[in-house]
Write a protein that binds this ligand. Structure first.
Ligand SMILES: Cc1ncc(COP(=O)(O)O)c(C=O)c1O
Length: 392
């Protein structure tokens, strides 16, 4: 008998991370597995004040249905922040979404038919594989180096295949922590230019730079061919589920229809509260606090790794964001290591989950934003013991 479920469900697996996080709910486990921001920086009392103000000043409008595009002052605020970074974007090019995750879903709905080709990084953001996977595309993966996607491999893939979308996380990538260099961005833009393909530049982490030089977004190199995704999850709080998608008019028209069909609009109350919070508080100094803490946590993790892991184990040194990436010697399985690590009461995400077409069995992702320094030192020492026991 045919399955009662749609074909698309068979190509999508349960979130590997969610399954793993179940194991890590035990408080005695030090978890580097999740992708959570540090809750210490959630502006709870400022949000309470903003919510009071919204309810007091425009409570009836805040609790009513609203437009699909999003709260106009919030769209203007986002456009203004892009302008501060030298990008000219009009508020009409911004659609407020239910997290940037919804931006992925909407892009999938607007662009992808079954069997269409999507280029992703190798490795890439797990939930993008899941989200695009709902539209049953064929994934092509292009290797990711320390400075971004391999431009020659991208060029070859685009010459050999008709590709609808290229998806990249260009700043402090999830899972590797790497950032595309300026010259790599230009190379990629040169490859994409004059080709009928859109680049999705998924960018929830760029404000979390704690060292190094800021790099201009892909749109500065590629213009309207770039679709940008942004998020309030890492700067304010993921609980609001607010992000945005920025695209040129002809794409925006389609995105709005897709969004309307999906959920009419993102929470209008949440949008107003976030906007009120942003205008009433110094967001830049808030961001500075997060950066300083994440930098300490990252430094602590890097130092601890260099102390506890065998020299043959490689790791990235991210200049921002929330993750770093570890590569074990060839032939050492991170999935097997996960079992041993859990016995040592420490967890991570085995890297193969981030590969759309297989591979990465000897890699793993470590999150440093959600553990304080003491737990990072202890957790990495435990993980070092597990790795050493496997390699000896
Ligand atoms: C690369 C990337 N894109 C999108 C998201 C989704 O973020 P949100 O929907 O909370 O904006 C995440 C969250 O971890 C992410 O790492």
């Amino acid at each position: 008998m045919d399955s009662q479920f749609a074909d698309r469900m068979s190509s999508v697996h349960k979130s590997f991370i969610r399954e793993i996080l179940k194991v890590t709910e035990d408080p005695s486990i030090i978890s580097f597995a999740g992708g959570l921001p540090n809750p210490r920086f959630f502006p709870v009392s400022e949000v309470a004040e903003a919510a009071q103000k919204v309810l007091g000043e425009c409570g009836y409008a805040a609790l009513q249905y609203a437009t699909t595009e999003g709260h106009p002052p919030l769209r203007e605020y986002i456009a203004k922040r892009y302008a501060e970074k030298g990008l000219k974007v009009s508020p009409e090019e911004i659609l407020i979404t239910t997290g940037s995750q919804q931006g992925l879903d909407l892009a999938g709905k607007v662009f992808l038919n079954k069997g269409d080709k999507v280029i992703v990084e190798r490795p890439t953001y797990l939930a993008a594989i899941q989200s695009f996977g709902m539209f049953e595309p064929q994934f092509l993966s292009v290797p990711l180096h320390h400075d971004g996607m391999d431009a020659d491999a991208l060029d070859r893939a685009l010459s050999e295949h008709q590709v609808k979308l290229v998806y990249a996380v260009t700043n402090f990538q999830n899972p590797t922590g790497i950032t595309y260099s300026s010259s790599k961005r230009r190379e990629i833009a040169d490859v994409l230019k004059d080709r009928n393909v859109a680049l999705i530049d998924d960018n929830p982490y760029s404000d979390l730079r704690f060292m190094g030089e800021e790099v201009a977004p892909m749109k500065a190199f590629l213009g309207d061919q770039a679709i940008m995704l942004g998020s309030f999850s890492k700067l304010v709080s993921p609980g609001f589920r607010l992000g945005w998608i920025c695209a040129r008019e002809e794409i925006m028209e389609k995105l709005i229809v897709a969004k309307q069909a999906a959920d009419l609009h993102s929470s209008c109350f949440a949008q107003r509260v976030v906007h009120q919070y942003l205008v009433d508080n110094d967001i830049n100094s808030h961001i500075e606090k997060i950066r300083a803490a994440y930098r300490r946590q990252r430094d602590t993790m890097v130092e601890a790794i260099e102390e506890s892991f065998p020299a043959a184990v490689e790791h990235t040194r991210p200049e921002g964001g929330m993750f770093l990436w570890v590569t074990l010697p060839e032939g050492i399985s991170s999935l097997e290591l996960f079992g041993r690590a859990i016995k040592e009461n420490v967890a991570f995400v085995p890297g193969q989950a981030f590969f759309a077409n297989g591979g990465g069995e000897n890699t793993m992702r470590l999150n440093f934003s959600n553990s304080d320094e003491e737990r990072i030192v202890e957790g990495i020492a435990r993980l070092g013991r597990a790795i050493n026991s496997m390699m000896s």
